[in-house]
Design a protein around this ligand. Sequence first.
Ligand code: GLA
Length: 413
Amino acid sequence: MPRILEPMQSATAPLDEERHAAALSEHARAFVSAFGPGDPPRIFFAPGRVNLMGAHLDYNGGPVMPTAIDRGTFLAARLRTDRRVVFTSLREAGRQVFELDDLPRERTGSWADYPLGVLLSTLARGRARAAEPERGIEILFGGNLPVGAGLSSSASICVGTALALDALWNLRCAPLDRVASALEAERGFVGVQCGIMDPFAVGLARPGHLLWLDCKDESWEHLPIDFSKLALAVADTGVRRELATGAFNERVAECGRAFEALRQWSPAATCLRDVPLGVLEEHRSALPPAEARRAEHVLNEVQRTFAARDALLAGDPVTFGAAMSVAHLSLRDLFEVSCAELDRLVEDATRVPGVLGSRLTGAGFGGCTVILLERDAEADLRAKLAEGFQSAFGRTPELHFYHGDRGPREVLT
Ligand code: GLA
């Protein structure tokens, strides 16, 4: 069984580290096949995430409540004797080779832009501390997080890369430095218009807790959730939309335009989240109908997310779960980012006794739903989702149960 060497926070919840023992050992062997014998690689894990509340709020300055899941990115890494950086992946073709003294400043257009962006921002941070890496590095990427499923595989890769570089070069970065490097890589280098939620959710994960992140001022705290009684399930529609990035950017733009139109009646507002619901109600006709619907979702979701937080802190997961299910209806009808497969999974899940709430997670347009349930409802949920999805779409959805994750860490295989 892999032993944890460097948890970022102390473990307080039961975890399923052994679930990945064989896969992590296999990853270490794959590294030797890829890079040859020598010093054994060090192995790192960075989780994926699900977002329970605060859908599409991060780029509107609102609060979000994500948590990590114990599937993610595996990285096997070792120092080299030269000054090369070599990235290769079990999931992508091609070996990417860079010279530490002559790193590209522009993206290359390959999958390696994510770790390359992290490398550039990590080096900038390391240099600020006068730490200069003397040796190159080689990393094999892999893992068990589905790509493009709304579980934040890119933030997982970026935070994992930051952790591996930090550990091998002994840069002594804080968890927030890794989050910042991941964000700079995705937004500044790769050029994705993502919000800030994903790298925070991955990088600051703590077992037995949700992360509360206020995306307006980037303040955050951990809120306890009782995974001894509750579970999270993630059901995968298997739907991957090529157009999802374009549709996501369109939602970002629509929300931006709605804010620009509404701010004249709310002069103190610095983002859509600040606009009072009453202002939208009064001036709705000033907006195109689609933008009014987007704003309506955002402003109600802000209130729902605060209410869900109160419920969680009051030990009331039933009210929390109900807010998740209402959020899904709003994502379906007002934000219009759902699809038939997601709706079916949510509808079937919420009919199972012991299921407290369900909604799509991530950006939508396909990907996964997240389900909050009592642990003893797991078998009934599996049966119900398999039966309903099979009859509607002729296949069974992938379903996984999670009971928290320790966050990014080094593991010994
Ligand atoms: C995607 C983005 C996040 C967030 C969610 C929607 O996952 O990467 O930043 O906007 O969609 O909540």
